[in-house]
Each structure stands twice: as structure tokens, then as C-alpha cells.
Design a protein around this ligand. Structure first.
Ligand SMILES: C[S@@+](CC[C@H](N)C(=O)[O-])C[C@H]1O[C@@H](n2cnc3c(N)ncnc32)[C@H](O)[C@@H]1O
Length: 255
């Protein structure tokens, strides 16, 4: 598999199948909505971007709030997003899939009210994530929002990172620094899935040198334990930021 392809083809099929049901996706959408809906409400006909949106599994929900462009390099993912988030069949504004490279975004300055990017900067095909974040800032309207969500914990490397062609994981501080360097004002900078850090560290040792996807396994999250912990953490995240987690998140606004 050449490195220009961001993830293995089988991983797209797993992502599409798991998008609706896997506990991680369900909880991630909930947390994103918690963080972002307050920024979406009250905007007149907002235009939203799911950058590196894949099949729309984590960002497609935004189409309920405004027309959502989903930019990705992978035609197979765009096809899934087109079907899964078709406005005529599913209501909302629909998702408009666009084949585009995050390193050369084909959008005009100040186009979007919100740019969301979930687990895409980390890929090997993105040698300069800070430059991509600067470009996100460029295409965001003044007063608009940029949300970055990436694999957290620089050292928490697992078999899943191999399957998804991950080139790097990020400390929360890394995302904050990139957002600030792009001229954005950071509103939230936090870890999430902090309770997954110990099991991930153990898996990292057991899976050294192996390629193993997380997507096709643990659909229910250890019989409901992980979703229950995620609910508690979500409640906590209403009030405080966490210093670290298996995900790192920044929500920033453009002055
Ligand atoms: C792990 S998937 C995540 C997809 C989606 N954001 C989600 O959370 O389900 C990463 C996605 O980023 C896309 N991607 C990575 N680098 C990209 C680039 N430079 N240009 C466009 N898409 C990119 C990949 O094609 C892939 O669909």
C-alpha cells in the first residue's frame, strides 16, 4: 500500500460499517456536538467544512446545522459520505463531498463558519500539519471556529496507528501551539478518552510491530464500560479541560 493512500481500503469499509454503531464514534459525535453546537447556533446559513472527513462518521452530523462540505482525498470515502448524508433522504442540509488535498485546499479566504478536522493531520501524507492549520485559519471567516481532534499522547503508539498510516500523535500542547501559530484564539485545549490511556499503553507494548485496527473490535466498549466512562468524562468536560487523553482536542476562534 503506497503512503499516498491515507488508510488501508479495508479500514474505510470498517469505518463506514462502524460509524453508526461503534461506541467510540457515537461518543465522539456526542462530545463534538457538546463542544461545537454552541458555536453553530444563531449563525445564518452557516457553511461548514469537515476536513479529511472520510465517510462523515464524526462530522456528518453537522449537516443538521448548515451546509457541510466534506473534503477528502479518498473517492471511496466520499461515495460513502454522499450516500449516508444525502439531504433528500436524511433531512438537514446534506453533505457535499469534495475531493481535495488538505495540503492544497481549494477554498477561498474566509469561506467557512466552522472547520472541523478529526484524525487527519496525523497522517503520513501530511508532512507539515502546522501549515494545514494555518490554511484552516485562512479559509475560516472572522468569528468562525476551527476544531482540531487528533490522536493524543505522542508515545501511545499502537497497531491501529500502523493500519491508519498515522505519522504522529499529538500532545494537547502541540495542537494549541499550531492553532496559536495560525493566528487563532484557543477557547478549549483538552485531552479526551483519558481513561483509555492505561489500556492503550499496555496494547502498545503487546502490539509492537503489528498492524491491528481498533475499528472492527470492541464495538460495545467492553460491554458498555467505555461508553459509561466516556459519559462521565463528557460531563467533566463541560466544566474543565483535561491535560491529556487518547485524543487531543483544540477548539479555537478566528479573531
Ligand atoms: C482516520 S480517517 C478520519 C476520517 C473522519 N475525519 C472521521 O473521523 O471518521 C482520516 C481521513 O483523513 C483523510 N486525509 C488524510 N490526509 C489528507 C489530506 N492531506 N487530504 C485529504 N484528506 C486527507 C483520509 O483520506 C481519511 O479519510
Amino acid at each position: 500500500m503506497p503512503d499516498s493512500t491515507a488508510v488501508d481500503a479495508d479500514e474505510y469499509r470498517r469505518m463506514a460499517a462502524a460509524g453508526a454503531s461503534h461506541w467510540w464514534y457515537r461518543n465522539t459525535r456526542e462530545l463534538l456536538a457538546q463542544l461545537l453546537v454552541p458555536h453553530l447556533q444563531g449563525r445564518e446559513q452557516p457553511l461548514l467544512l469537515d476536513a479529511g472527513g472520510g465517510t462523515g462518521a464524526t462530522g456528518g452530523w453537522m449537516a443538521r446545522y448548515g451546509a457541510t462540505v466534506l473534503a477528502d482525498v479518498e473517492p471511496m470515502a466520499l461515495d460513502v459520505a454522499r450516500t449516508d448524508f444525502d439531504a433528500a433522504r436524511h433531512g438537514g442540509h446534506g453533505v457535499l463531498p469534495v475531493q481535495a488535498d488538505l495540503n492544497r485546499l481549494p477554498f477561498a479566504d474566509a469561506s467557512f463558519d466552522l472547520v472541523l478536522c478529526v484524525t487527519a493531520l496525523c497522517h503520513r501524507m501530511n508532512p507539515d500539519p502546522a501549515a494545514i492549520v494555518r490554511d484552516f485559519a485562512r479559509i475560516t471567516k472572522p468569528g468562525g471556529v476551527v476544531c482540531l481532534w487528533e490522536p493524543g499522547g505522542r508515545r501511545l503508539w499502537r497497531g491501529h496507528d500502523e493500519v491508519t498510516h498515522t505519522g504522529r500523535r499529538f500532545a494537547v500542547r502541540d495542537l494549541r501551539d499550531m492553532a496559536e501559530a495560525g493566528g487563532l484564539q484557543v477557547q478549549r485545549a483538552t485531552g479526551a478518552y483519558s481513561f483509555l490511556v492505561p489500556p492503550a499503553a499496555v496494547l502498545g507494548v503487546l502490539e509492537r510491530g503489528k498492524q491491528t485496527s481498533d475499528v472492527g473490535r470492541a464495538e460495545s466498549g467492553l460491554g458498555g464500560l467505555f461508553p459509561a466512562l466516556a459519559r462521565v468524562e463528557r460531563r467533566l468536560l463541560r466544566r474543565v479541560d483535561l491535560p491529556a487523553g487518547l485524543s487531543a482536542i483544540v477548539v479555537a476562534t478566528k479573531p
